[in-house]
Structure formats: structure tokens, C-alpha cells
Design a protein around this ligand. Structure first.
Ligand SMILES: Cc1cc2nc3c(=O)[nH]c(=O)nc-3n(C[C@H](O)[C@H](O)[C@H](O)COP(=O)(O)OP(=O)(O)OC[C@H]3O[C@@H](n4cnc5c(N)ncnc54)[C@H](O)[C@@H]3O)c2cc1C
Length: 420
């Protein structure tokens, strides 16, 4: 009997890859017509172990309250989503206590570093034709106090094997000359040399082609309705078309994973958090940026992906809602020209591709992986704003556990039963 994976996004596909390497039969069930069409479609493009800090940092409750209902807020909580968020939100706030936050930060940093190492194995199999780039990430700050605070936070990263350098504005421009016109507005920045970038959707397509060649079976346009089993054991996946009996079932259905476990009495603290991106062609701009840049002040990240720029940002608690709010897209257009004023004459709005995706966000900011208290049922979800960064490592660890191979990183701190 095969291992059945629900979901052909980044996490489902990397899990399939490592399961297949263990010699297991793998079936992937996906409701879309092909791989990577939901949250893994047009994300920020960055594999940034450097950004492993969970969003619920100490003080997040007051920040969220100040932003409640404000249309222009970087973190927008829509009032209508509040009732469905009460339980998850209480845990989100509880996990912002300094000790818990530090513990969760470390879990993410260790997984992220492991994940970038696993990307090497994936690239050996599928190549680099997904706009892969390994030029690090620059993070920019507008005040001296912000640079000092960020550098202090990063001393922890060194301990966990993630390197960084503090940059003066001139040093930031030396690494990324396209920042030249805004140098006088910068107080400094941080450079994380080991971060990578690439187009997640192109990666998904390459990986799926490789998996098919290895004999992984895909069922597309197939909606999973539920799982057959009880509170102790699962046996099969029920779809719109038929039922798939499985040796093990791995749910990698992104933000929708909790909906599939509810009837089995298994609660998973994952909420959908909407984000926006805008992909624009570079169109003959000879000075186009070469290095991904995160601007803390503008709450945006701009990542070069081949002959395109991807601008990503904002977080919206709005339930399972993919609607594109025009004002948010306008903000992304404004942000890219504020960061790169020389791009303004080349920016062609008609050719820009706006997009929204739902980050599967766990309440403690750490992905939920591995076995559950229900025999035969495994999870790989909840990686929130870090799913591209974590995909390879999370896929490897979950596959190891299913195959009965001792994982290189202890999985217990990432299990759903970790007690958050
Ligand atoms: C704006 C934005 C920017 C981001 N930027 C970054 C970044 O720069 N770096 C980073 O590391 N991460 C980033 N992320 C996060 C990252 O994209 C996600 O964490 C990751 O894509 C989640 O992958 P997934 O496989 O868990 O979910 P998905 O890609 O959503 O895959 C889940 C799949 O399950 C399928 N599915 C769901 N329910 C069912 C069902 N009932 N039956 C059958 N199929 C089902 C869905 O169709 C989907 O294909 C960003 C996210 C957003 C929104």
C-alpha cells in the first residue's frame, strides 16, 4: 500500500521526493489541475533562514490591537475574521511571551538551516532552472536604533549557524548598487550571505516532473472530502471520485489541513493569513537589482527572479478569502518604486501579475510536522511565511519518520502534540 499525500504544494512535493528516496510507493492527491497553484504559486521567492523569527514577537498583541480594522496596516485583522480566530489568536498571543518566542525562534532557525542543506540534494536531482540564486539577502533599516536592535537579535542566529554582517548604507549599496538613489535615507542594514532565492512554482513543476519519472502517481482535479477511520487510526482518503487506501496518510494541504482533521477530533492550530505579491517584468532596466532586499520600513520584500521582480508583503487575517484588494496592490507598486526609484520609467502596470495566497500559519509560528496521536496520520503544514525556506528540510524529516528512519533533527518539538 502506498503513502498517500494530500496536497501538491511545496511541502507535499518535497515530502514525496524524500519518501520515494526511501523506496516507498507514493500517491499525491491534489484538487487543482496541477502542482503549486495555491500558496506555493507566487510567494516572495526567498529561502531566508535569516528570517526565522516568528511573527508573534513580544508585544504583538498591542501591535495587532493598534492595527485592528485599519485598511492600510501591514498586519490587517479584518473584524469579521475575529470570531473564528479567538482560540488560535489566544495561543498566538500566549506564544509571544519572551521565553516561548525565543524557543520557537530557535526551532525555526535550526529547521531553516537544515532545510537549506537539503536543498542541495534536491538541486542535484532537478537542477537549478527555477531562477535559483544564491546571493544572500539584505535587510534595510531607516533608523540607527533599528539597526542596533536587529543586530542584537541576530547574535542568536550566529549560535544556530546562520551568518550575518552589519552594513553601513554605503556597504549595502556596494552589495546592491540599485539601492544607490536611496542611500541617504538608510541608517544601515544586515546582510545574510547564505540565503537563497528562486521561483517556488517553477521549482514545484520541475520537482513534479522528476517525481513522475520516478513513478510517483498524481491525481489532479481531485478534492479530498475526508479521511476514513476513527479517533485512533486512519485507513483511507475519501475523494470526490473514489477512496484511496493507504499505509500512511500525509496531510500537506496548507491552510486547509485543519478542515480535514476536524471530524477525527484532531485540532490543528493553523489559520490562513492572506499575503499579496506582484510580479513585474524588468523590461530593459540595465541597473536592475541582483540581490533580494527586505525593507523593514516599507514592510516589503523585493526579489529578482530571472527577468522579473517579485514584490511581496502585507498580512491580512481575513479567513479563507483570496480576494485581491486593489489598494493593497497599489501599495506594492508604490513600494517597489520607493525602494528602486530608477525602476519607475520601466514599470509596466499592464504586464504586472498581482496575486494573493494564504499562508498556513501555526499559532506559535513553527511548522507542524510528523506523526499525530492517530495511527497512520502524519502532517506537514503550518510553515506560515517560511514554507519555501522550510520545504526541503520539513519534507526530509517527515519522510524519514514515516519510513522509520531516525531523523537528523529531532522531530518531537515540531509534532502537533508539542503542547502549544
Ligand atoms: C505573499 C506571500 C509571500 C511569501 N513569501 C515567502 C518567502 O519569501 N519565503 C518563504 O519561505 N515562504 C514564503 N511564503 C510562504 C510559503 O509560500 C508557504 O508557506 C508555502 O507555499 C506553503 O506550502 P504548502 O505546500 O504548505 O501549501 P500550498 O502551496 O497551499 O499547498 C497545499 C495544496 O493542498 C491542496 N489541497 C488543499 N485542500 C485540499 C483538498 N481537500 N483536496 C485536495 N487538495 C487539497 C491545495 O490545492 C494546494 O495545492 C509566502 C507566502 C505568501 C502568501
Amino acid at each position: 500500500m502506498p503513502v498517500v499525500i494530500v496536497g501538491a504544494g511545496l511541502l507535499g512535493l518535497t515530502s514525496a521526493f524524500f519518501l520515494k528516496r526511501h523506496g516507498l510507493d507514493v500517491v499525491v492527491i491534489e484538487r487543482q489541475a496541477e502542482v503549486g497553484l495555491e500558496t506555493s504559486f507566487a510567494n516572495g521567492g526567498m529561502l531566508h533562514a535569516s528570517q526565522a523569527n516568528p511573527w508573534n514577537e513580544p508585544g504583538v498583541f498591542l501591535t495587532a490591537l493598534r492595527m485592528l480594522g485599519r485598511e492600510d496596516a501591514a498586519l490587517l485583522v479584518r473584524l469579521r475574521s475575529v470570531p473564528s480566530l479567538l482560540r488560535w489568536g489566544a495561543a498566538f498571543v500566549r506564544e509571544s511571551n519572551p521565553a516561548r518566542y525565543c524557543r520557537n525562534f530557535e526551532k525555526n532557525a535550526r529547521l531553516a538551516r537544515y532545510s537549506l542543506a537539503q536543498m542541495v540534494t534536491l538541486r542535484q536531482a532537478i537542477g537549478t532552472d527555477y531562477d535559483f540564486m544564491q546571493r544572500g539577502t539584505i535587510k534595510l533599516y531607516r533608523t540607527e536604533a533599528e539597526v542596533i536592535a536587529a543586530a542584537a537579535l541576530c547574535t542568536q542566529l550566529l549560535e544556530w549557524g546562520i551568518n550575518y554582517q552589519v552594513l553601513t548604507p554605503a556597504a549595502a549599496v556596494a552589495i546592491e548598487p540599485a539601492l544607490g538613489p536611496i542611500e541617504s535615507r538608510l541608517a544601515g542594514g544586515l546582510f545574510f550571505p547564505d540565503d537563497e532565492a528562486g521561483d517556488a512554482y517553477r521549482f514545484c513543476r520541475l520537482l513534479a516532473a522528476h517525481l513522475r519519472a520516478l513513478g510517483v502517481v498524481f491525481h489532479f482535479n481531485t478534492n479530498v472530502l475526508g479521511l476514513t477511520g476513527d479517533h485512533h487510526h486512519v485507513r483511507a482518503v475519501r475523494t470526490t471520485l473514489d477512496e484511496h487506501t493507504a499505509e500512511a496518510i500525509l496531510l500537506a494541504a496548507g491552510s486547509y489541513t485543519p478542515l480535514l482533521t476536524k471530524s477525527l477530533g484532531l485540532r490543528i492550530a493553523v489559520a490562513p493569513v492572506k499575503g499579496y505579491s506582484l510580479t513585474v517584468p524588468i523590461k530593459g532596466w540595465s541597473g536592475a537589482p541582483q540581490v533580494p532586499v527586505i525593507d523593514d520600513h516599507l514592510h516589503a520584500a523585493v526579489c529578482p527572479l530571472g527577468d522579473r521582480l517579485r514584490i511581496a508583503g502585507t498580512a491580512e487575517f481575513a479567513g479563507y478569502d483570496h480576494a485581491l484588494t486593489p489598494g493593497r496592490i497599489d501599495t506594492l507598486f508604490r513600494l517597489v518604486t520607493e525602494l528602486y526609484p530608477r525602476f519607475a520609467p520601466y514599470l509596466d502596470r499592464a504586464e504586472a501579475a498581482p496575486w494573493t495566497g494564504l499562508r498556513p500559519m501555526s499559532s506559535d509560528g513553527v511548522g507542524i510536522m510528523g506523526r499525530t496521536r492517530i495511527a497512520g496520520l502524519y502532517l506537514n503544514t503550518g510553515h506560515g511565511p517560511l514554507g519555501w525556506t522550510m520545504a526541503a528540510g520539513a519534507g526530509r524529516l517527515v519522510a524519514d519518520e514515516i519510513a522509520g528512519v531516525s531523523p537528523e533533527l529531532a522531530l518531537a518539538p515540531y509534532h502537533v502534540t508539542r503542547g502549544t
